[in-house]
Design a protein around this ligand. Structure first.
Ligand SMILES: [Zn+2]
Length: 380
């Protein structure tokens, strides 16, 4: 992605969501997504969601895909097939979006976005996305750990860990979860409108042309089914700082902030100092403009964007140092917990409590003393 100047400001209090009285399918979907609210989990449920961590699974997936995977290479094909197979084994419907485009250096190349959907019959989706290609360098084998093997692994790890509550809650639901693994995010020569985000440009244009429902003629298309596109990028280095980059999704950014603060309050984040304002990853600040990434083709078509990308970028960005050594597993686990909690609250997942073991959550017994109720944040 590309980074340029930004404007920084403190987050204001949100206004009420607008009501749209129009009657077409797009407006109904818009009303549904605008009126959608998260269901907060109890402290015990938050601890349960945190305790579901599976670091071995995370490391297995990361180590499998953390190889140079430039579009058009055998490694790229291997990683693509691994992602498809893994999501299929989790019982998600996996669709591929293959297309060809001309690139600098390599000429015509075959790209393929991977779209995995839980419950394809749902009307609306919370969409998580990352890119699975890695950047081409003539001189070195760049593996792109934060860019974006870790974000892809975070999504797969979330689907694996939450597979039971996701299946049982979302099999009949109107709202479900969709993953996009974009291809061709990286420029081959120099970042520009024709040399970057190949997959995102293709998929956004394709979905805009695809009517929903199929025979609908009022202009409603597949993009209208996206509640919000949560784009994960450049994650895994220690102490990331995130900001709200889009006014339209400030309420969902706050939900991420709240997830982090609740997990911290309950002692569920590792190597993390509770009570130090600067320690929070999700800053209570907004920054406007300046980052070009896979969200752009969706954003210009009106899809709400929640961009989870640190500013500044990791110091290893687009260097050989963006490898396994750049990945701080404590940070990654914290982010995994925050993302799981966000998804669980957004999708109203039923979190079963019976399997909580005293050994995995010793704080459970101290909770009444430490925290009799959920913290109400002053900025909420
Ligand atoms: Zn990159």
């Amino acid at each position: 992605m590309l980074f340029s100047s930004i404007i920084l400001s403190v987050l204001p209090i949100l206004n009420g969501l607008k009501e749209d009285k129009a009657s077409n399918v797009a407006s109904r979907l818009l009303n549904e997504k605008n009126s959608h609210t998260p269901v907060p989990l109890s402290d015990e449920q938050i601890i349960k969601v945190a305790s579901l961590s599976n670091v071995n699974h995370f490391e297995y997936v990361l180590d499998t895909i953390l190889i140079p995977r430039v579009v058009g290479t055998a490694n790229h094909e291997f990683v693509k097939q691994f992602i498809i197979k893994t999501m299929q084994e989790l019982d998600w419907k996996v669709e591929s979006d293959p297309f060809e485009e001309t690139t600098p250096i390599f000429g015509r190349l075959q790209f393929e976005n991977i779209v995995a959907t839980l419950n394809p019959n749902a009307r609306r989706y919370l969409v998580l996305a990352c890119h699975y290609d890695s950047k081409y360098y003539r001189e070195s084998d760049f593996v792109g750990a934060t860019d974006s093997a870790v974000p892809c692994t975070m999504m797969i790890n979330l689907a694996h860990i939450l597979s039971q509550p996701l299946k049982s809650t979302l099999s009949e639901n109107d709202l479900s979860l969709k993953f996009i693994f974009f291809d061709g995010e990286e420029a081959f020569e120099e970042w520009g409108p024709k040399d970057s985000i190949y997959g995102a440009r293709h998929l956004a244009a394709k979905w805009e042309q695809s009517a929903y429902p199929k025979d609908n003629r009022d202009g409603t298309n597949q993009l209208h089914r996206m509640d919000v596109l949560v784009l994960l990028d450049l994650l895994g280095a220690p102490d990331p700082l995130f900001y709200s980059y889009f006014k339209e999704t400030e309420s969902w950014y706050r939900q991420m902030m709240l997830a982090e603060r609740n997990l911290a309050r309950l002692g569920q984040l590792v190597q993390y100092s509770v009570g130090k304002p600067d320690q929070y990853y999700f800053q209570q600040m907004s920054r406007r403009g300046g980052i070009e990434d896979d969200h752009i083709p969706f954003m210009i078509r009106g899809v709400p964007i929640l961009h989870i990308i640190p500013v500044p970028f990791p110091s290893v960005w687009h260097t050989e140092g963006d490898n396994r050594n750049a990945v701080n597993m404590a940070t990654v686990e914290n982010l995994n917990k925050i993302l799981r909690l966000f998804v669980a609250e957004y999708l109203h997942l039923q979190i079963p409590m019976v399997a909580v073991r005293a050994t995995s959550s010793p704080l459970l017994f101290l909770l009444p003393l430490l925290s009799p109720s959920r913290v109400l944040l002053s900025y909420a």
